[in-house]
Design a protein around this ligand. Structure first.
Ligand SMILES: [Zn+2]
Length: 118
């Protein structure tokens, strides 16, 4: 791992966002809905590839769900010191988010406005 893919701090707010501070000083914030949509498991990867291959087709995507509230992380655990596995309240939980992957899907250059962090 490089400094860019080595977290120094992981902070998951289950119904809001995952914050990661990286060894190279970058601070990334991933809204939970974004993380769920970017699930790295084989099935979700294929669904995203299909959606990208046919961007003009109107599709209705219905996530399998047995949850009443908004999407949230139900549980999360570190996997082997290189990744994070997240169980979602919609019942999905096979995605293992390696730190390399998380760094590669960093949603943007903007840090959250000052004062939004605890
Ligand atoms: Zn998935």
């Amino acid at each position: 791992m490089t400094a860019a893919s080595t977290p120094t701090r992981l902070d998951l707010q289950k119904d809001r966002q995952l914050s990661i501070e990286w060894q190279d000083g970058r601070h990334s914030v991933y809204p939970v809905g974004y993380l769920r949509a970017m699930c790295p498991c084989a099935k979700c990867k294929q669904e995203r590839a299909e959606a990208a291959a046919a961007p003009k087709r109107l599709t209705l995507k219905v996530l399998p769900g047995n949850h009443d509230g908004p999407l949230a992380a139900a549980a999360a655990e570190l996997v082997g010191g290189y990744a994070l596995r997240i169980d979602w309240t919609d019942g999905h939980g096979s995605g293992i988010y390696s730190f390399d992957y998380l760094r590669s899907i960093d949603p943007g250059p903007a840090d959250p406005p000052a004062g939004t962090r605890r």
